[in-house]
Design a protein around this ligand. Sequence first.
Ligand code: C2E
Ligand code: MG
Ligand code: MG
Ligand code: MG
Length: 287
Amino acid sequence: YVAKKNGEPFTQFRSGMLSLLKEKADLEEAFRSALKNDEIVPHYQPLIDLGTGRIQGFEALARWTHNSLGSIPPTVFIPLAEEIGLIGELSNRLFERACLDATQWPADITLSFNLSPTELTDKALSNRLLQTLSKTGLDARRLEIEITENVLIQDLATATSILADIHAAGIRIALDDFGTGYSNLAQVSNLQFDRIKIDRSLLAGFVENERQKKVVEAIITFGKGLGVPMTAEGIETVGQATQLQNIGCACGQGFYFGRAIPAEDAFKLLPLRDSELSNRLDLISEA
Ligand code: C2E
Ligand code: MG
Ligand code: MG
Ligand code: MG
């Protein structure tokens, strides 16, 4: 009706759609070229042992800064890579780079690496990971793979057998973003995760809100019951860090401790991990 009355809205709609399609095609092209030229690289966010205040490892987070488009977040290019069938290739490259970086760190510092749900349908995944470990010389026991619950709602049988292969190789498996998805507790307890990461959305209002605090405490108790160490994601304030430390959360991650930084900076941070971070720990115990 609108289009009939006046051609303009339809034309606008059409040109709007075309420019969206054009934008998407441009982004896809930019992505393909970035992938080819290794312009998408892992940065590293520290994981802090809340008991000691020390860095226990780093999580690799993919970063892409495009010449003209600027910084494009992984929440945009990871789904794009999945959609156009290039997630395996991207992941392989990021993983090899991350393993190489991790071999430069002291042997007690772990590497956490995210796998996307579609990779957990690839039966060759564990071999792929093992090949890269042996090529780079990184010990499997220093590696922790992070997966989300989404892998469990796709093909559970395939995902479970792939995860078993990964586990058998000595690689640990963490359940990421816990508390946002289906949170099928039966599956979570069956799958024997080595770590559960509490999604940062559960930390919003956590210090002020008694109910929210009870929820996080219950999740940590749940993890303790299963004997699985818990990591809280998205710690932004000393108040949150202190509370989590008090309720016995093993590990923490968030802007309060540090954002993801380039490999060279992560490397430089490590010699400081006792002095600098014990300062942070002082902050924690003062608050
Ligand atoms: P994730 O694995 O849950 O990673 C944590 C995300 O939370 C990161 O966002 C990190 O920068 C952000 N974050 C950490 N601390 C804080 C905080 O205190 N406050 C706030 N507001 N945010 C915080 P990022 O890097 O944008 O990554 C988003 C998601 O993209 C990741 O969530 C992960 O699912 C995915 N991703 C990132 N890199 C990779 C990768 O190499 N491979 C795959 N498959 N997925 C990746
Ligand atoms: Mg993660
Ligand atoms: Mg997460
Ligand atoms: Mg996430």
